[in-house]
Design a protein around this ligand. Structure first.
Ligand SMILES: Cc1ncc(COP(=O)(O)O)c(C=O)c1O
Length: 473
């Protein structure tokens, strides 16, 4: 099969002169590596067109579909974000009613806003040991659909940011009994289905629309993603229309080549790479089981994803942010994110032996220091499982985000409806969405997060005051 990256590389050495975009003309790289611009072209002859694929891009997409067990797949160069927007827009009518997990990424909320949807939330339960949201269960979906018979589509995130995996097969059966589609944001699960170790992906489990960030868990460049579609519950032309709307009209060939490359590497060498990955990961988990104060969430096929190392020092009284800081400052280990209770490190096939050795050594050493009382606890009790918030007292997001607002000091926002998203980034799961009420409890949660220096977005620092946008009375 012809691969895009090879074709681009070959093309870069020929004598065709580019009287076309991009403006660097494959010559002016500035301070960037020349190899990048060498393969950065536009839709010229022989290279097909992502928005109207008839040649090699069509074949590459067919190949991706075959690899993931989908009927049809689309290359995405605007990340899973544009896949989620397109999936929501295609699966529901304008003004429709979506049943959606509350721990969805902000892009799902943006889809709700853009398409003027009514939302009913599925609230994940909290895993007390780590204060993280668990996967949505089939029983929750069944119960919600019984209560709300006018739902047009269901949207779940699986694996979650912390790696919790839902029983998508069972949920798909429940959803399909109502004749409506299931969308799975599997942004964190592009590796699922590739190895015995990981269990099936959501295409294989029967979801109608599945979104993968190739860049998150496979060796591909940032912004690369895939959207897969199965069955006849989704109008494919409508889906294509929304992809045209949400994707750039100048799709990057570098990014498309990166998707092709990642899938090719996986197809050719995936078995060996995934075996190495799983073996090293389990060895690391085994060594970390010696820890007396630190706890790590064990991977379990179909339940907890292998690549997400969720570390808690809760028993010792150390916050996730402090643990994150220690790993960064003392060991130069840059982890993915911290919440009040956990620090999250990501592992993929891209990691070598050193990644496991360094993390294992650092965590064992930190645990030793804790045992010797050399690390000061910074906290006694966790208060706020970060993603679970009751949003029933609210103005619909699709209206609220456009309503006139005003900036007020955080404390004065209590009892008011907020006018902006407030979330920790990462993971970008809203603590509050526009139109939701700032209760006293939510105020304290945000205040605590700010004091812990967690990365709260949606709160503005003006002079010495933390301000927040609320809707005008
Ligand atoms: C669960 C989830 N879905 C979707 C996205 C958006 O993915 P992308 O960055 O590929 O647009 C993210 C990003 O972090 C995410 O965590």
């Amino acid at each position: 099969m012809e691969h895009l990256y090879e074709k681009l590389e070959n093309y870069s050495t020929n004598d065709y002169y580019p009287y076309h975009m991009p403006g660097h003309k494959r010559r002016m790289a500035g301070a960037l590596p020349k190899q990048i611009i060498d393969i950065d072209i536009t839709e010229i002859d022989g290279f097909d067109n992502l928005h109207h694929p008839e040649g090699m891009i069509r074949k590459l997409q067919q190949k991706a579909a075959a690899l993931y067990g989908a009927e049809e797949s689309f290359y995405l160069i605007n990340g899973s974000t544009c896949g989620i927007l397109s999936a929501i827009s295609a699966a529901l009518p304008e003004g429709g009613h979506i049943l959606m997990a509350r721990n969805c990424h902000k892009s799902a909320y943006h889809g709700v806003y853009l398409r003027n949807l009514t939302v009913s939330y599925l609230y994940p339960s909290v895993m007390e040991e780590y204060d993280i949201s668990d996967a949505i269960t089939p029983a929750q979906v069944e119960e919600a659909l019984n209560k709300e018979p006018d739902i047009d589509a269901v949207l779940l995130v699986s694996p979650t940011y912390e790696g919790r995996i839902a029983d998508v097969e069972q949920i798909a059966r429940i959803v399909h009994k109502r004749g409506i589609p299931l969308i799975v944001d599997e942004a964190h699960g592009a590796h699922l289905g590739w190895s015995e170790e990981f269990g099936a992906n959501s295409c294989q489990a029967g979801a109608d629309l599945v979104i993968h960030s190739v860049h998150k868990t496979l060796p591909a460049m940032t912004q690369t993603a895939l959207l897969h579609v199965n069955g006849d519950r989704i109008d494919r032309d409508r889906l294509r229309r929304f992809l045209h709307i949400y994707q750039s009209s100048s799709p990057s060939y570098v990014l498309m080549a990166s998707i092709d490359n990642a899938l090719h590497v996986m197809e050719k060498d995936g078995h060996r790479l995934f075996c190495f990955f799983a073996e090293r990961y389990y060895q690391m988990m085994h060594k970390l089981s010696e820890c007396r104060h630190l706890e790590v969430l064990a991977p379990k096929k179909g339940k907890q994803d292998i690549g997400k190392l969720v570390i808690s020092a809760k028993k010792y009284g150390l916050s996730g942010q402090r643990l994150y800081d220690i790993l960064l400052e003392d060991y130069h280990l840059q982890t993915e994110m911290a919440t009040e209770s956990i620090c999250l490190a990501m592992f993929t096939v891209g990691d070598g032996e050193d990644a496991y050795e360094r993390m294992t050594k650092a965590l064992l050493e930190i645990d030793e220091k804790m045992a010797a009382g050399l690390i000061q606890p910074d906290f006694s009790a966790r208060k706020h499982p970060y993603s679970v918030l009751d949003a029933r007292d609210s103005i619909p997001l699709s209206r609220a985000w456009d309503m006139p607002g005003e900036l007020v000091p955080l404390k004065e926002a209590v009892n008011r409806y907020v006018g902006e998203f407030i979330h920790l980034y990462p993971p970008g799961i809203p603590l509050l969405a526009p139109g939701e009420r700032m209760t006293e409890e939510k105020y304290r949660q945000i205040q605590d997060y700010l004091e812990q220096r967690l990365k709260v977005q949606g709160v503005k620092q003006i002079n010495d005051t933390k301000m927040i946008k609320v809707l005008r009375k």
